[in-house]
Design a protein around this ligand. Structure first.
Ligand code: ADP
Ligand code: ZN
Length: 434
């Protein structure tokens, strides 16, 4: 179902007009209420009078994650603290977290875009949805929670962890939707299998998966293990949280809620805007937020955008699957490698479980590249020749996909650590040894 047809199916021209008006309002807001933005704009020699159309956006300065850290905790707010009704924070890998403040209207806006997502996944008033994203400072739990309430569904505010209880309640409460990270969904799928509760006792139909990169191959894996249809939901704390974008029934890209979050793709090296269809770094400007609007925020997520109308009827721009964050890219022996490329190969090989871990190191000035991966119970064998044959096949496939031959370490089923939130799939020991 389309939650807000007026905007989700608006003509491209009308959308750009609306975006232009909203951008101008946002630029005025930050210019007059947020010192760091005013300074940056003055340095560039621009004032709100220079922004009259959405195409003027390229005149504005970028905002980076580092800016959010530098102005920790509240330096980038554009409203007085008395208007802020909620705070969230993203973990941040190093040092201080990134803090975001929401006004009452911001929370309403978040619920609105969340409702668009869950409606697009076919969920509605009659459905029970288990939210197994973590609740707390992380936006996943409360973001999905607000979305389910807004569409009038019944939310189970489960949070992550406590896997046995998750499964019991999923069955007892008749959850139709499950919202969690793809890696936790995989964990839950295995636990459901072990629980001795038959699949028929669950009503599960729809997976609402996001918060970390996942591949098409992982989607198929999850769909077959859980017997559901799995949809992508995208978001980031700085912009609002989950709900920035969502798939539709066509599953041909992730629609972005661009009447609130204006997307651009830039060349990450030069900062130059790239034309539609080209891959680069995703940049967002929030054009309706009050508490902490962001202008041209560099996400570091790598993807591309498509503007053709979708068969579902929506006209909103669609984003391709995220290859990864630029920070997640490994450079091994001079070759760029994303964990998602490894994932797609592993999920294609029948004998393997989709659980893997990548270890990179530098020994005698040479990069080492090891992939640990679980072999399915029924294929795990003491026969060396059988295991060698599987290893060879993986190495061969990886060589043709990424151009590198890793050392493959086949491990027993269930030996790789499971994740209840965002999976950690890489240990790059070079970071500490160099
Ligand atoms: P943190 O930065 O601490 O991980 P966030 O929860 O704000 O905190 O993370 C947002 C990031 O998670 C996005 O920028 C993106 O890299 C990743 N992400 C979120 N949803 C998806 C998705 N559906 N597909 C791929 N990556 C995603
Ligand atoms: Zn669509």
């Amino acid at each position: 179902m389309i939650w807000n047809e007026t905007v989700e199916c608006m003509s491209r021209d009308d959308m750009r007009k609306l975006q232009g008006i909203r951008l101008k309002q946002t630029v005025e807001r930050v210019y007059h209420n947020c010192e760091p933005y005013r300074k940056r704009m003055q340095e560039k020699g621009i004032t709100p009078a220079d922004i009259n159309d959405i195409s003027d956006i390229v005149k504005l300065p970028f905002t980076s994650k580092q800016d959010l850290r530098d102005y920790y905790p509240f330096g980038l707010l554009s409203t007085p603290m008395s208007e802020i009704v909620r705070l969230h924070a993203s973990s941040g890998t190093t040092g201080k977290p990134i803090v975001v403040g929401y006004t009452r209207n911001d929370l309403n806006l978040w619920n609105e875009v969340g409702a668009r997502c869950f409606s697009a996944f076919g969920l509605g008033k009659q459905d029970v949805v288990q939210v197994s994203y973590g609740y707390g400072l992380f936006t996943g739990g409360l973001g999905a929670h607000g979305a389910v309430e807004t569409i009038g569904g019944t939310v189970i505010p489960m949070s992550s962890g406590n896997t046995e209880k998750q499964i019991m309640l999923m069955r007892d409460f008749g959850a139709v939707g499950l919202a969690c990270t793809p890696s936790y969904a995989l964990y839950l799928a295995d636990a459901m299998k072990d629980s001795n509760i038959s699949r028929e006792e669950f009503k599960l139909k729809v997976g609402v998966f996001g918060a970390e990169p996942w591949t098409e191959e992982m989607r198929r894996e999850l769909e077959s293990k859980l017997g559901i249809k799995a949809y992508d939901i995208y978001g980031l704390t700085e912009v609002i949280g989950p709900g920035v974008g969502h798939e539709c029934e066509c599953q041909n890209g992730t629609h972005l809620c661009e009447d609130h979050f204006f997307p651009e793709i830039i060349d990450p090296k030069t900062g130059e805007s790239l034309p539609p269809g080209e891959s680069g770094e995703l940049v967002f400007s929030t054009i309706t937020k009050e508490g902490m609007p962001l202008l041209r925020f560099r996400t570091r997520d790598l993807t591309c955008l498509h503007y053709e109308k979708c068969e579902c009827g929506r006209t909103s721009v669609r984003m391709s699957r995220i290859l990864g964050r630029s920070d997640d890219m490994l450079i091994i022996r001079g070759v760029n490698v994303f964990p998602s490329q490894v994932e797609s190969v592993i999920c294609e090989i029948e004998e393997l479980e989709p659980h893997y871990f990548i270890v990179v190191d530098r020994i005698n000035n040479l990069d080492t590249f090891e992939i640990q991966v679980e072999v399915k119970d029924n294929f795990y064998s003491d026969e060396v020749s059988k295991m060698i044959a599987i290893k060879k096949r993986i190495a061969h496939r990886l060589q043709s996909v990424i151009g590198l031959t890793p050392d493959i370490k086949l491990v027993e089923p269930r030996s790789i650590e499971r994740s209840q939130g965002k999976a950690k799939r890489v240990n790059d020991k070079r970071k500490f040894n160099s």
